[in-house]
Write a protein that binds this ligand. Structure first.
Ligand SMILES: Nc1ncnc2c1ncn2[C@@H]1O[C@H](COP(=O)(O)OP(=O)(O)O[C@H]2O[C@H](CO)[C@@H](O)[C@H](O)[C@H]2O)[C@@H](O)[C@H]1O
Length: 495
């Protein structure tokens, strides 16, 4: 099959969060199975250009219709970690992607609506006719709308769209302007609530809703979250439209890139290790203490790694830090937030705890340090308020670090409580961590208490628990097949 991914992020060149990891690893897995995969991204000025090989112009003069005129773009091509990537560079006063950051601007919707249109225009002009266009998140929600309403009449009638939602919270809600800019026009037609009309803001357009309505198949990134999105407030108001389109909506669990995340070969670790020889894991723990100036003590290290977003349960992250310190454990945090208020709160905490030899807070994004923390810690805490899938717990399991998670979304699909006497519902995975339900300090403590207790009282059993985790299989093996089944189901040219 010929698949083109269109996304606002792809690791390692443009990574803000888990979306980047999924676009990168899913593309690689599809490629390994013999499919042709290309990725279209914006050409951000702040990309990691050191991760792009052989960057060159692929199409010099692409004119993308916009507001009745056209914006001149150059399309670049390069390999990133073996993936074939195209980068769209618009030349206009708006400077859509030369902002020194990926997100956070007043014209966010226009930037990515333009990108969606430019991606289709590029395919049209270069005669790229993929079987599947795989679009991701609100940023590309307009793509299936444009394809179905405009581009199919210009020779793209065979293309089918798979639309994956990684986060329902951000939907791209905006005024009608985007319809005029993109050439769709007709606000009375598109603004209908059966199409793109937002259910809560009158006369507003919802790009993610458009993606759901117009895609041939839509999914989110775990089965449990697919249910939550339809039946609870976790769909952030899109439950109704998901219900209307339930026949083409599902949940496909994310996989983890088992090559990039492999403690046996990870070049970012000072010591490699395997499930059969964990000496390296303990050596990494010492390396982590040295790196972060933690006291080398006979204490478990509990870590939090991730975006500091309200989604992740900020108050509970904070609570786990203090609970750990009060209960004979050490705590390490690596994260950052685009919200100044949250960042400031954690900077303040960092200064307060600066002299504490049992904890370290690293505010910022640091891929290399993340690897060492996953390897050198004993436990990872993921107290999310909502979590479509979550990659942190999958990485932790792979690195023999016991996940302590809230039973929500993909966390509930991948982590099974050690003390639950029922058999794990997942045949590929035995009981592998600790789970709590209530998003309260008490709920969190119920799991942390048991995890710290086992580490202290029964180190041999704790070791068995982490070995169970390392033996779980959350590679892409099954999930990529699920995507291929979906592609196959919707594609016009069956393979
Ligand atoms: N400061 C930092 N330094 C280094 N590395 C950092 C970091 N902050 C985060 N990371 C890394 O970024 C990734 C984040 O993965 P998550 O699944 O938590 O993603 P996120 O919530 O962004 O994405 C959304 O999309 C993904 C993908 O579908 C879903 O799994 C998830 O539930 C959904 O919220 C992990 O690889 C983590 O190690």
């Amino acid at each position: 099959m010929y698949i083109i991914m269109v996304a606002s992020e792809c690791a390692p060149v443009a990574k803000v969060g888990g979306l980047a990891d999924v676009v990168h690893s899913l593309s690689g897995e599809l490629d390994q199975r013999g499919h042709t995969v290309e990725i279209i991204l914006p050409k951000y000025d702040c990309m990691r250009y050191d991760h792009i090989y052989d960057l060159q112009i692929a199409y010099r003069d692409l004119w993308v219709p916009w507001y009745g005129g056209a914006i001149h773009c150059t399309v670049w091509f390069g390999f990133s970690d073996g993936r074939r990537c195209f980068f769209i560079e618009p030349h206009s006063q708006d400077n859509y992607f030369n902002r020194n950051d990926f997100y956070g601007f007043h014209d966010e919707v226009m930037r990515f609506a333009f990108f969606s249109k430019a991606a289709l225009e590029f395919m049209l002009k270069t005669n790229k006719r993929p079987d599947i266009i795989h679009a991701h998140d609100w940023q590309t929600g307009l793509l299936p709308v444009l394809l179905y309403e405009l581009y199919q009449y210009h020779g793209m009638q065979q293309q089918r769209v798979c639309y994956t939602i990684h986060n329902f919270k951000h939907q791209g809600v905006c005024d009608e302007e985007v319809l005029w800019a993109s050439g769709l026009q007709r606000p009375e037609y598109y603004g209908n609530r059966d199409r793109l009309g937002d259910d809560f803001s009158p006369r507003h357009i919802n790009l993610m809703k458009g993606g759901i309505v117009y895609a041939n198949y839509a999914n989110t990134v775990s089965p449990t979250h697919a249910w939550e999105a339809r039946h609870t407030e976790q769909g952030y108001g899109l439950g109704h439209i998901l219900h209307v389109h339930q026949h083409k909506f599902g949940g496909i669990l994310n996989g983890l890139d088992y090559e990039a995340w492999n403690p046996e070969t990870d070049t970012l670790l000072p010591h490699n290790y395997t499930v059969n020889n964990l000496d390296g894991k303990y050596a990494n723990k010492i390396a982590l203490c040295n790196r972060l100036l933690l006291e080398e003590a006979y204490k478990p290290i509990i870590a939090y790694i991730g975006r500091l977003d309200t989604q992740k349960g900020i108050a509970l992250i904070r609570h786990s830090l203090f609970y750990a310190l009060d209960n004979g454990a050490q705590f390490v945090l690596l994260g950052s937030s685009p919200e100044a208020r949250i960042n400031d709160e954690f900077w303040k905490l960092k200064f307060e705890l600066n002299d504490n030899p049992d904890c370290h807070l690293e505010i910022g994004f640091n891929e290399e340090l993340a690897h060492l923390i996953y390897a050198g810690s004993d436990m990872v805490v993921v107290p999310s308020l909502y979590e479509p899938c979550g990659l942190t717990q999958l990485i932790a399991l792979r690195y023999g670090t016991v996940p302590i998670v809230r039973a929500i979304g993909g966390l509930a699909d991948t982590v099974f409580d050690w003390n639950d006497e029922h058999k794990s519902p997942n045949p590929n995975c035995q009981r592998n961590g600790y789970v709590f339900y209530d998003a309260t300090p008490e709920g969190l403590e119920s799991a942390l208490h048991r995890a710290i207790g086992l580490w202290n009282s029964h180190p041999d059993i704790f070791r068995r628990l982490l070995v169970h985790g390392m033996k779980c299989d959350y590679s892409w093996k099954q999930s990529v097949q699920n995507y291929l089944n979906a592609y196959e189901h919707i594609s016009v040219t069956k393979v």
